[in-house]
Design a protein around this ligand. Structure first.
Ligand code: NAP
Length: 305
């Protein structure tokens, strides 16, 4: 089986993974959106990763989805709302037994993706690393973090897992990936929408801790109802720790809104509210939060889903 890493989406995280894998001598190919983007990439001659103020250039080969050749290992690094259409565009190229790594934040997009490629093994990733685009094909590694990978349907560690360690990508295989994703989603729901509504850094929520606490109580109830009691454990305390530890930071949702970009709300707070409705759970604080956020996005002319 080919050991090439095909990376679908050469944005912030996709480029961060691609450059580190290429640097370690792994075979990497980027799949970019269309011919126009491919021409732009070829003019730039590769990706630039800025790490510790040091820019380094990586001439990684790139193609578009309709290119020829089977794909055995695919890292999907698009936003959650782009993941399913992007995977559909390469699905005919996925080889028998292909493995698909899904880097998306939130929940729901992983299942949408898995439905499109029922014969592939889908590995879910929960990442706390931070990167952002300074320009086209130029990415800054902004925050060290960690990656948890797992497959809810198959606990066996994949053969390629050592590639990550060799590439210096901090990662651990976990059989509890859903717990990790739920916990991260709950932290996001308790912090990010409020930072948009109050137009503040994470630390600004120290003035709204009663509201945060009420949200955490509802989120913990939801997690337990969804069979994730571990993800519910000590949620409010962790949310408060995160708010303090990241007081000077702007949440990812806040940054998206300020930059006029579509948010991933559908796969974050939206997913939580849909899960509650499926379980017949009334969560008034959470539902009201979603209504206020949707209204806020609408007034800014941003997509609400
Ligand atoms: P990003 O910088 O916006 O990159 C997404 C990339 O996907 C873009 O390059 C976009 O292409 C590409 N794309 C979209 N549709 C495509 C298609 N059909 N075919 C090929 N490429 C396509 O996003 P990101 O920040 O890396 O985020 C990716 C995911 O990781 C999100 O779910 C995010 O929440 C999660 N995450 C990000 C970070 C972080 O620090 N960045 C940290 C943790 C988790 P164009 O360049 O043409 O627009």
């Amino acid at each position: 089986m080919s050991s090439t890493w095909h990376i679908l989406g050469a944005g912030s995280l996709g480029s961060l993974w691609a450059c580190r894998l290429a640097r370690a001598g792994k075979a990497v190919r980027l799949i970019v959106r269309d011919q126009q983007r491919l021409r732009g990439y070829q003019q730039a001659g590769g990706l630039t990763l800025i790490e510790n103020e040091q820019p380094r250039h990586y001439a990684i080969p790139a193609e578009t989805a309709p290119a020829h050749g089977p794909i055995h290992r695919l890292l999907v690094a698009c936003k959650a709302y782009d993941a399913a259409p992007a995977i559909a565009s390469v699905a005919p190229r996925l080889a028998e037994g292909a493995e698909v790594l899904l880097l998306q934040n939130g929940m729901g997009s992983q299942d949408e993706a898995a439905e499109l490629v029922p014969h592939a093994r889908c590995v879910f990733v929960s990442s706390t690393e931070g990167a952002f685009r300074e320009g086209d094909w130029q990415v800054r590694f902004a925050g060290h973090g960690f990656n948890w990978l797992g497959d809810p349907r198959n606990p066996t560690i994949p053969a390629w897992f050592d590639d990550l360690h060799e590439a210096g990508i901090p990662a651990e295989w976990t059989v509890d990936i859903l717990t990790r994703l739920w916990r991260k989603l709950a932290l996001n729901c308790a912090i990010n929408p409020l930072t948009v509504l109050y137009d503040c850094q994470n630390g600004g929520l120290l003035g709204h801790l009663d509201e945060v606490e009420a949200l955490c109580a509802e989120l913990a109830g939801l997690l337990r109802r969804c069979g994730q009691p571990e993800a519910a454990h000590g949620l409010n305390e962790e949310v408060q720790r995160v708010i303090l530890a990241t007081a000077a930071n702007y949440s990812s949702m806040y940054q998206d809104v300020r930059a006029g970009r579509r948010t991933e709300v559908h796969y974050l707070l939206g997913h939580a509210c849909r899960a509650a409705a499926r379980h017949g759970l009334q969560l008034p604080q959470l539902e009201h939060l979603l209504q206020r956020l949707v209204e806020n996005l609408r007034l800014r002319g941003l997509p609400c889903d």
